[in-house]
Design a protein around this ligand. Structure first.
Ligand SMILES: NC(=O)c1ccc[n+]([C@@H]2O[C@H](COP(=O)([O-])OP(=O)(O)OC[C@H]3O[C@@H](n4cnc5c(N)ncnc54)[C@H](OP(=O)(O)O)[C@@H]3O)[C@@H](O)[C@H]2O)c1
Length: 280
């Protein structure tokens, strides 16, 4: 059985739909990953062969002012999962992020590039990676710029704002790959099926800025909106972000045969699924 922890989150929900076979999902009501007792109780009872951890404190700016909580959930929480999965011989799949890198590179980051997080969130997720490596049977999947049905994400924010105004400023100096959670869930499924271990990057193909992404969202959705470019410094968010954080996904393709679709095609499919689900 595969156990998805954080199953009610944005990625967790799509993993519950995409993973094959016997899949169970739990969220904070059943397992609080900051509590070693709750982690032990649930995992020792269910005895899964794979645990996929999607539970995290994902508010990047919130982490700056709640560093203790960030470290407890994103760092130590993973340690509690690693200790129990090690004990029962289960694989631990830990989700991680491009924010473990500093963004000071001119080509996509490789799995073994040295991490150098700029933010509390990035440091807490790096601690989570280190904790996951405490069990030999681990798979760390770094991803970025996620959006999916039912989640709080950039696509949904842009579509909501388009009902409230006709002009918006979006940062044009952060570069990455917008990634649809369904495509990411497929990549995770393939990594598990192919018995991959260690660290992998998984993101939709191609890179763009948030400004490019916003323009694509409005174009694909057929919405009139004036998008003005803005710098990260002008936006002035509490947490520093890497300026260039494209992830090289060649290792995923080499070891599974899977190449994720381009970000623009994925966006078009997502918007189609939204319409089918009755969302405007
Ligand atoms: N979103 C992105 O752009 C992005 C980019 C790169 C990597 N990632 C990583 O991908 C993974 C999934 O992200 P996501 O966006 O799907 O996250 P999400 O929607 O925020 O879901 C996280 C889930 O974890 C739960 N949770 C929070 N604290 C918990 C705890 N102590 N114990 C158990 N569950 C807890 C949350 O419950 P509540 O909602 O009740 O708090 C929520 O259901 C995370 O590891 C994240 O760091 C995300």
């Amino acid at each position: 059985m595969i156990l998805v922890v954080g199953a009610k989150g944005m990625l967790g929900r799509d993993l519950m739909r995409v993973l094959p076979g016997d899949v169970r999902g739990v969220d904070i009501e059943e397992i609080d990953i900051t509590s070693p007792e709750s982690v032990r109780r649930v995992i020792l009872t269910l005895k899964p062969r794979v645990v996929v951890n999607c539970a995290a404190y994902t508010d990047v700016d919130g982490c700056e002012t709640n560093a203790d909580l960030a470290m407890a959930v994103n760092g130590e929480g993973v340690g509690h999962l690693a200790a129990v999965t090690r004990e029962i011989g289960a694989l631990l799949v830990q989700m991680s992020t491009d924010y473990v890198f500093d963004g000071v590179k001119e080509s996509p980051f490789l799995e073994d590039d040295p991490p150098n997080p700029l933010s509390v969130y990035g440091r807490s997720k790096l601690m989570g990676e280190e904790q996951a490596r405490e069990t030999p049977d681990h798979l760390i999947v770094r991803t970025q710029w996620l959006y999916g049905l039912g989640g709080k994400n950039f696509v949904e924010t842009m579509l909501r704002l388009s009902t409230e105004r006709s002009e918006i400023a979006v940062v044009d100096d952060q570069i990455g790959s917008p990634t649809w959670t369904v495509d990411l869930a497929l990549a995770i499924s393939e990594l598990i099926e192919n018995n991959c271990r260690g660290t992998y990057h998984a993101a939709n193909r191609g890179i763009c800025s948030w400004f490019d992404f916003a323009r694509a969202i409005f174009a694909e959705a057929g919405v009139e909106m004036t998008v003005r470019p803005q710098t990260t410094a002008q936006l002035g968010r509490p947490a520093p972000r890497p300026l260039y954080s494209a992830l090289c996904c060649d290792k995923l393709t080499r070891d599974t045969g899977l190449e994720l679709e381009g970000w623009r095609e994925a966006l078009a499919t997502y918007l189609e699924k939204r319409r089918e689900a009755g969302l405007s």
